[in-house]
Ligand binder design. Structure first.
Ligand SMILES: Nc1ncnc2c1ncn2[C@@H]1O[C@H](COP(=O)(O)OP(=O)(O)OP(=O)(O)O)[C@@H](O)[C@H]1O
Length: 307
């Protein structure tokens, strides 16, 4: 039997009396895209953060190709809900500075590679714009380009479109869809069930820090036999019931097949405005670890432009 690309074994995380992860096992093969779904507070973000090494575990271990990844070694990239772009730098400079800081890449090489990465997410023409001159979807694509520039072998997406208006969600999901087609191994926490159903090869449903259902994505949505999953999907369908739909949307349990059909509907808009990857906003004196700093909302946001 071949070793899975990613093995999360019996992951436990407890903070005080709160059991955040209650013994999660997850194996992911190379090239798989696994959608993580579940109610708010079920542990989806915590699972990603644990895999990335951002949060300490109180039990279990994470192996990538049989080895414990070292935070900051570039094996794992993460894209967060907030984009955390450096506001005074252009899109190109955001990607290039990351390469210079993390990879110690010479300026010319970093600039060239940044342009190639922006091209990959369809933003080469906007390379000279600053974040404020970009839409939220474009900013998130810059953030994805910045993650891709590090050449991660596994990318974790934590609700990458949750901060975007629905019309901007598609362009970000299309980039992720494109990455899936290139064979990138990815874990995607998303409330976009239609996206998960269509792009993820597998879906795992979390509840109270446990994986209750794990299987081929379409089967998970189509069958939805597990009662909590069924309840979760039913609630989701009620939330999207506002969406333009020639068919009436059942408010209660719609049955498995109807559930799957309705999951093709777009999700309702969510609250805030930003989403992102997590590079460190600044290089602290004495160097830094990429993963240690990723997504730290308390981190300073105004590094000096690279000079
Ligand atoms: N550092 C922490 N200390 C205490 N409790 C925490 C901590 N981090 C997370 N939790 C709790 O752990 C649970 C899981 O949180 P997590 O953010 O992983 O859920 P989630 O499934 O990603 O939710 P959402 O969909 O709302 O983002 C929640 O009850 C949360 O309040």
């Amino acid at each position: 039997m071949t070793t899975p690309f990613l093995q999360a074994e019996k992951l436990e995380r407890r903070v005080g009396d709160t059991q955040i992860l209650a013994g999660i096992d997850l194996s992911v093969n190379k090239g798989e895209v696994v959608g993580l779904i579940g109610p708010s507070g079920s542990g989806k973000s915590s699972l990603l953060r644990a895999i990335a090494g951002l949060d300490p575990l109180t039990g279990g271990r994470v192996l990538v190709e049989g080895r414990t990844p070292t935070p900051g070694d570039g094996t794992i990239g993460m894209v967060f809900q907030q984009f955390n772009l450096w506001p005074h730098l252009t899109a190109g400079e955001n990607v290039a500075l990351a390469l210079r800081l993390v990879r110690k890449m010479p300026r010319a090489e970093a600039t060239e590679r940044a342009r190639a990465m922006l091209d990959r997410v369809g933003l080469l023409k906007l390379a000279d714009r600053r974040p404020a001159q970009l839409s939220g979807g474009q900013q998130q694509r810059v953030a994805i380009a910045r993650t891709l520039a590090m050449e991660p072998r596994l990318i974790l997406f934590d609700e990458p479109t949750a901060s975007l208006d629905p019309e901007l969600t598609t362009e970000v999901l299309d980039v992720i869809r494109g990455l899936a087609e290139t064979g990138m191994t990815m874990l995607v926490v998303s409330h976009e069930m239609g996206f998960v159903a269509s792009v993820a090869s597998r879906a795992a449903f979390l509840d109270h820090g446990r994986v209750l259902v794990d299987g081929p994505a379409k089967a998970v949505f189509r069958d939805a036999e597990e009662p909590r999953l069924r309840r979760f999907l039913s609630t989701y369908l009620q939330r999207v019931a506002w969406a333009p739909d020639p068919e009436p949307v059942p408010a209660a349990d719609p049955g498995p097949l109807a559930t799957f059909a309705l999951l093709q509907q777009p999700a309702a808009p969510e609250g805030s405005t930003m989403s992102l990857l997590g590079l460190p906003p600044a290089a602290p004196p004495g160097g830094f670890s990429l993963l240690d700093s990723m997504g730290d909302p308390a981190a300073p946001k105004s590094p000096k432009a690279d000079g």
